[in-house]
Design a protein around this ligand. Structure first.
Ligand code: 7TS
Length: 427
């Protein structure tokens, strides 16, 4: 599976052609102006969380300073404005994902809560003894543990689509894993470790013809490429706002209406009811049936501002920029002796996530050194994907992940930091 370090690729010296005006974009992000110890910050931990543009920060401040009120209940102007902005963010999210209706867009705290919602509300109603749930070996724990809990409770089984040595999924093996017992295929769109972009559309087709439903973990795709849930033909799609320039604490679960209509509620409480009697209750319309309690109004509005920002730049352009940066990073890193890269070699088969190891330097040491020397922020560890680490036969990796504000100079700083770490550890 590892891509052993090799000679520079033939086009290693060809300059990448950035398709974005990155200098202008960088000025939109106040934190990127910050220096530590007189040096700029090289932020490459984007798969963990992204930085926030001024427009998103301002949208949140504006809400609290001008129209803070609870939603869906006020008979006064502030509450009407808050409700309009909150529901406006839902419409922006619908358009962003090309969902058919805002009824299909549920606000959650993030991808983890979105997947748990699906596992509790849909899973407990529709999975029973002997059924199978199919995942891949590259899932984040958030798309594994909720299913492990469910299958244990229901005496069902969790099955794995294997991954190939190049970090991809073999479509034939994926399809072969789908059986008449399969109730759900839960698959990540983009691996947060390997960067692999999975063929979710083709897998969804096979799953549907076997009568199974499909959940796509979009935490690492929605921020970085155009997503169309109708073209993907998935039944569930989960994302986290904080990985796409929005604040923490806001996420989305898209659910196809025909599936959502059959689901019992997740949480009980305020806002999700129509009528409450002494011994039972009836449920609100979609999507509010799945949003119990006062929602995260400010951060949903922040998500709407982030969607405006990203669509203003263009998800196609962001995707192209990241492919160029990934290609450049793979070229530069594979030219450094002792660097092992993981994941597909072809930048077009992956998103802007590059995991690697350097000789026997522990990834945590590497991350500490590149930070202390050059303010390069990368993540080290198992990346909440321990079954994948076992498949790769490593305890941990270092990981750099790119976004619209990253540049080739950021990749150069990372490589320079790695070279310095190698000198320290004599690797
Ligand atoms: N799914 C994938 C593919 C992810 O990458 C993550 C977070 C999650 C789900 C969970 O998202 P959350 O917003 O609910 O926490 N991934 C990472 C990461 O790679 N480093 O930190 C968090």
């Amino acid at each position: 599976m590892p891509l052993k370090s090799t000679a520079p690729a033939p086009d290693a010296h060809r300059a990448a052609r950035p398709s974005l005006d990155v200098d202008r974009i960088r000025r939109d992000f106040p934190i990127l102006l910050r220096e530590i110890g007189g040096k700029r910050i090289v932020y490459l931990d984007n798969p963990a969380t992204t930085q926030k543009p001024r427009t998103v920060i301002d949208a949140i401040i504006h809400f609290y300073e001008h129209y803070n009120a609870n939603v869906h209940r006020g008979a006064y102007k502030l509450a009407e404005e808050a409700t309009a902005a909150y529901e406006g963010a839902r419409e922006k999210t619908r358009a962003f994902l090309n969902a058919a209706s805002t009824e299909e867009i549920i606000f959650t705290r993030g991808t983890t809560e979105s997947i748990n919602l699906a596992a509790y509300a849909w899973g407990r109603a529709y999975v029973s003894a002997g059924d199978e749930i199919l995942v891949t070996e590259m899932e984040h724990h958030s798309n594994l543990v909720p299913w492990q809990i469910l299958v244990k409770e229901k005496q069902a089984a969790l099955k794995y689509i294997p991954i190939e040595d190049d970090g991809t999924i073999d479509l034939q093996k994926a399809v072969a894993g789908i059986s008449p017992k399969t109730r759900l295929v839960a698959i990540t769109h983009v691996s947060n470790v390997l960067g692999t972009v999975n063929p979710v559309c083709e897998i969804a087709k096979a799953a549907h013809s076997a009568g199974a439903v499909v959940l796509v973990d979009g935490a690492q795709s929605a921020p970085h490429m155009p997503v169309d849930v109708r073209a993907l033909d998935c039944d569930f799609f989960a994302l986290s706002g904080h990985k796409m320039c929005a604040p923490t604490g806001i996420g989305v679960l898209y659910v196809r209406k025909s599936v959502l209509e059959t689901m019992p509620p997740f949480h009980g409480g305020g806002d999700m009811i129509r009528q409450v009697y002494r011994d039972h209750a009836t449920w609100n319309d979609l999507p509010w049936k799945f949003e119990a309690g006062t929602p995260n109004i400010a951060d949903a509005i922040g998500l709407g501002a982030a969607i405006d920002y990203l669509t203003g730049i263009g998800l196609d352009a962001i995707r192209e920029h990241e492919i160029e940066l990934t290609r450049y990073a793979i070229q530069r890193l594979s030219a450094v002796p002792s660097v092992t890269l993981y994941g597909p070699r072809d930048a077009r088969l992956r998103a802007g996530v590059v995991s690697f190891n350097v000789g026997d330097i522990h990834p945590h040491d590497l991350a500490t050194i590149v930070d202390s020397k050059l303010n390069v922020a990368i993540r080290a560890g198992h990346h909440c994907a321990q079954p994948l680490m076992n498949r790769l036969n490593v305890p941990a990796t270092a990981r750099a992940g790119f976004y619209l504000y990253n540049t080739e100079a950021d990749v150069d700083s990372l490589v320079e930091g790695i070279v310095q770490a190698k000198e320290i550890f004599k690797v």
